[in-house]
Structure formats: structure tokens, C-alpha cells
Write a protein that binds this ligand. Structure first.
Ligand code: FES
Length: 105
């Protein structure tokens, strides 16, 4: 059995202003879409440390700070930048197609 990746449309590029994030729930996933100076990045919305919603955190360049305990992740790679987070957050390669932010899942 081979899994065929399908493209999931998340939002319009206009829905996420530069320097902000949007929470998107679709296909059983809860995702955070980040606009870093016109480049889009997508991660799981749930912080790997606890109940924080990363789309509600503070985005500075490509670093998102969770508003629960101020842990930080790089939204490009999902890597932990600051504790107390220990586990990287999952990222999804984002592609803009016809003005929509999409991922393959
Ligand atoms: S829940 Fe995000 S840093 Fe604790």
C-alpha cells in the first residue's frame, strides 16, 4: 500500500498578515500557519510542552514563543530554541498555490 499525499488547503495568504499566525483546523489536524515576512510556515498548533496554542504565541522573525511558559521554537524547522520545551514541534512543508497556503499530508 502506498500512501498518496494529498494537498490540503489551509487558508488564503491574505488571512495571515506578516508577523502573525493563524490557527487552522482541518482533516483532523490542528495547525498553526505563520507568515514570516511573506514566507509561510506550518506547524502543529499544540505546543510540545503542554496546552499552549502556538498560533496564540508571540512571533518574532521565525521564532514562535509559546504564551504558556515562554518556550520557543523555530517555525522553519520545528527545532526547540528555548526551554522548557524539549521536543521539536512537527512542521509541514507549506506551498502557496493560487493565493492559498497549502500543505501535503
Ligand atoms: S505549553 Fe508551551 S512552553 Fe509550556
Amino acid at each position: 500500500m502506498s500512501a498518496i499525499a494529498k494537498r490540503i488547503e489551509l487558508c488564503s495568504t491574505d488571512d495571515v498578515a506578516p508577523g502573525t499566525a493563524l490557527k487552522v483546523e482541518t482533516e483532523g489536524l490542528t495547525l498553526a500557519v505563520f507568515n514570516v515576512g511573506g514566507e509561510f510556515f506550518v506547524t502543529d498548533d499544540l505546543c510540545t510542552h503542554g496546552p499552549g496554542s502556538l498560533s496564540e504565541g508571540y512571533l518574532e522573525d521565525d521564532i514562535i514563543e509559546c504564551n504558556f511558559h515562554n518556550g520557543q521554537f523555530n517555525v522553519r524547522t520545528g527545532a526547540v530554541v528555548a526551554p522548557p520545551c524539549m521536543v521539536p514541534v512537527k512542521t509541514y512543508p507549506a506551498l502557496v498555490v493560487g493565493g492559498k497556503v497549502t500543505i501535503e499530508a
